[in-house]
Design a protein around this ligand. Structure first.
Ligand code: SF4
Ligand code: SF4
Length: 321
């Protein structure tokens, strides 16, 4: 059923229909970390309650969106996160949860198809410096706990403070038998950490080399993605593949990393109405001219739809998982 939904969405996009693959729900902006490349934790946005979230899930499921991605902020700060995940499954979604791991052991979550935990460094001092809390042991222990329960992946945001750690991070993931993905820091927000482009390319080449050595099966970025960033290449961004929903139900188009618009609220409007709106379409136009980021969640789906070879590469990476 899920595969059928994904295929249907893929075909629609191939025939130039706008059909999001992912309901990308920032369930809260609140966070218990203070990362130096992020400002969401400074925001205080009204959050939908469980009943309202159910309304959104029902609408998006009926529209045919196959994947429910829950991000934040820190999603596990929501007391009702287990109920949200249960509803995700009830409405037939592939549940993808992104967390910083701090509350993972306490929450006893279930109904997760893929769990990503962010970890940027294995150095205690740097962890504190980058993420604003002294919690490296807690996060590593959360990863070790999670891998026994769910398909688990570590996501590393690359910036000037950890760019020399890629090999160490890959070996760490391989040793403890979890997946790992890398992506460069997004540099839209003022005063956030950045990354030197030359160093980034060298690091990406290194990851690509490691991936080609078949002993590192843990690397989950596709080779096409790693090559793109290593070569400083550009991609054609199709932001509508993600329906980006804020904690209060507002839909953001195209993304937070450029000037964006609010294309209505998914509680008040139907998905079709939102994606037909002037604001949503204007966001797509903005993205057409934009080459600002290498955010995995936008690059990989955009390129899979645009480029059949990339699609095979991504599929191969997933199957090897
Ligand atoms: S854990 Fe995520 S949401 Fe929280 S401050 Fe860090 S990057 Fe931002
Ligand atoms: S390339 Fe796409 S996802 Fe990245 S910043 Fe531009 S519009 Fe946003």
């Amino acid at each position: 059923m899920l595969l059928f939904k994904i295929l249907k969405t893929y075909i629609k996009n191939k025939f130039h229909k706008i059909a999001p693959f992912v309901l990308a729900h920032m369930i809260t902006h609140k966070c218990n970390m203070r990362c130096r490349y992020c400002i969401y934790w400074k925001w205080n946005t009204h959050e939908m309650n469980l009943k309202e979230i159910e309304t959104v899930l029902k609408k998006c499921s009926e529209f045919g969106i196959p994947i429910y991605s829950i991000t934040g902020g820190e999603p596990l700060l929501r007391d009702d996160i287990c109920e949200v995940l249960r509803l995700g499954k009830e409405y037939g979604f592939f549940n993808f949860l992104v967390t910083n791991g701090l509350l993972l052991k306490e929450r006893e979550i279930r109904d997760v198809d893929l769990l990503t935990i962010s970890l940027d460094t294995l150095d205690r001092r740097k962890f504190l410096e980058i993420r604003g809390v002294d919690a490296i042991d807690r996060v590593i222990s959360a990863i070790e706990h999670a891998k026994n329960e769910f398909e688990t992946c570590v996501n590393v945001v690359l910036h000037d403070h950890n760019i020399d750690e890629v090999e160490r991070m890959v070996k760490f993931a391989e040793d403890i038998e979890v997946g790992i993905t890398f992506e460069p820091v997004s540099q839209y927000f003022p005063n956030c950490l950045g990354v030197d482009e030359d160093k980034l390319r060298v690091a990406m080449k290194k990851i690509l080399e490691l991936k080609k050595q078949h002993k590192y099966k843990c690397i989950k970025n596709s080779k096409s993605y790693l090559r793109l960033v290593a070569e400083g290449g550009r991609f054609k961004c199709l932001p509508y593949l993600l329906l980006r929903v804020d904690p209060n139900g507002d839909v953001i188009s195209p993304c937070y990393d450029v000037e964006h618009l609010r294309a209505g609220n998914v509680l008040e409007m139907d998905v079709q109405e939102i994606i037909s709106s002037y604001e949503f379409r204007r966001g797509i136009e903005i993205a057409r001219e934009c080459n600002r980021c290498y955010l995995i969640c936008y690059v990989e789906p955009s390129m899979v739809v645009k480029n059949i070879r990339w699609g095979f590469d991504a599929m191969l990476t997933a199957l090897k998982g």
